[in-house]
Ligand binder design. Structure first.
Ligand code: PMP
Length: 428
């Protein structure tokens, strides 16, 4: 542990860390570990889709012309293909266009402007609207809240979901209308919500009668291990607990097929589906049904989807292993960082020495290595401990991930040694 080193040993660690950093910087690399984008090889897995449906294949099973307007809820066969993944029957699924984030954004905006089933008035007419934000979390969720003036209340994650004692206490405030959740392989913590966490979320008493769980199951099939994790069906749990309208489930094929040209989904109770469609019908005459047909032709059925996801795993798992190896090799036993070993998803979350995350990002940047900004995983971009970093190893090549991870470890160690040295100087 760095904190236990003698003054002389700390000086020599600092000198060594600086030398390693200078050598890394001298390589003049250009590396980017900022965003959870699929790599080109992953997109290539779905290259066959670009020729589909093709061959004058434009009719749905029900005989609808997928080239034309209409079909707001999505083709029946597309909803059936994803029903198991979403944990909802096809009649409780809406297929949107390519972005689930857009569906989340629109759901919140509709709630603010019009309210949701069970609202006494639009959320936007309440004096104060707040969302619980399990933290570290997804920066784009927080950005939606910030954009529309929704107050964000951070709640710590425990490894199997949010601290439920805290959540149950906070929802006694009627201003708390919603909560963000990435229930499986969370971005970036890798949390997988336990059955008990999901039951408590479904059952808890909320002061707001129109409280909603924004259940972003973005990584539902995105396993990194052979035996992927299953979580409890939140729609069923809410219905069993007497709160059938509590959860809005979101997902997409952004990281299954094509990140910029996938399908997004909303799944919920009949009342919530009718509510979304009512507003959606003012926004659009219908979604891109050719893309829905393309997905059905390419993936075929649930087993086809699962088989496709195994190909992603084969490309991604070595990259995650490379990050872990590099961090382990340089940081094990130093006390300079703790990091997650996710079983799925797209991110590794690293907690560095308190107060050094920004320094690590700056050191990395100066050496040609781009990291997600420190604080990005917290509401309004402000990590009160300046401690959390999000690593996204999916996009760079395996050799770049190896080089970047070594660089990250070097920066973390240097920042930790600098901080310890400064602390001792202050104390002296
Ligand atoms: N939710 C989470 C948790 C994500 O990490 C991401 C992508 N990084 C998204 C949603 C974006 O989804 P989509 O492409 O469907 O808009």
């Amino acid at each position: 542990m760095i904190a236990d080193l003698s003054a002389a040993d700390l000086d020599s660690l600092l000198a060594r860390a600086r030398a390693d950093y200078d050598a890394f910087r001298a390589k003049g690399l250009k590396l980017d570990m900022t965003r959870g984008k699929p790599a080109p090889e992953q997109l290539d897995l779905a290259e066959g889709m670009l020729a589909l449906p093709g061959n004058r294949d434009h009719l749905s099973e029900a005989g609808e012309d997928a080239r034309n307007y209409g079909g707001l809820q999505g083709l029946a066969e597309t909803r059936a293909l994803f029903a198991r993944t979403l944990g909802a029957s096809p009649d409780r699924i809406v297929v949107g266009d390519n972005s689930s984030l857009a569906l989340m954004h629109d759901s919140l905006v509709y709630a603010l402007l019009k309210g949701v089933p069970g609202s006494a008035k639009p959320w936007g007419r309440e004096p104060d609207v707040a969302f619980l934000c399990p933290t570290p979390g997804y920066d784009r969720h927080f950005a939606i809240c910030e954009e529309y003036g929704v107050r964000m209340i951070p709640v710590p994650l425990t490894g199997d979901g949010p601290d439920m004692d805290k959540v149950e206490e906070l929802v006694r405030d009627p201003a708390v209308k919603g909560m963000w959740n990435v229930p499986k392989y969370a971005n970036p913590s890798g949390d997988v919500y336990s059955d008990e966490t999901i039951r408590r979320l479904a059952r808890m008493t909320t002061a707001a009668p129109d409280f909603r769980l924004f259940w972003d199951n973005a990584y539902v099939l995105h396993h990194l291990t052979d035996d992927g994790r299953e979580i409890l069906n939140v729609l069923d749990a809410c219905a069993e607990a007497g709160h059938p309208d509590r959860a809005f489930v979101f997902a997409s094929t952004s990281k299954m097929t094509l990140a910029g040209a996938g399908l997004a989904f909303f799944a919920s109770s009949p009342a919530n589906v009718a509510w979304l469609l009512a507003s959606a019908s003012k926004r659009t005459i219908g979604p891109d049904k050719l893309n829905q047909l393309r997905h059905v032709r390419f993936l075929k059925d649930h087993d086809g989807l699962v088989a496709h996801m195994a190909k992603h795993k084969a490309l991604l798992a070595p990259k995650f292993a490379a990050v872990d190896e590099a961090l382990e090799a340089r940081l094990a036993g130093t006390g300079a960082a703790r990091w997650t070993k996710p079983e799925g998803g797209y991110f590794i979350s690293v907690d560095v020495v308190e107060g050094t995350a920004s320094r690590v990002v700056q050191l990395a940047k100066d050496a040609g290595l781009l990291l997600t900004g420190a604080g990005a995983t917290w509401p309004k971009g402000k990590d009160p401990r300046d401690q959390n970093l999000r690593l996204a190893p999916s996009f760079p090549s395996l050799s770049d991930v190896k080089a970047a991870s070594e660089g990250i470890a070097i920066c973390i160690l240097l920042a930790a040694a600098e901080a310890e040295s400064a602390k001792r100087k202050d104390a002296a």
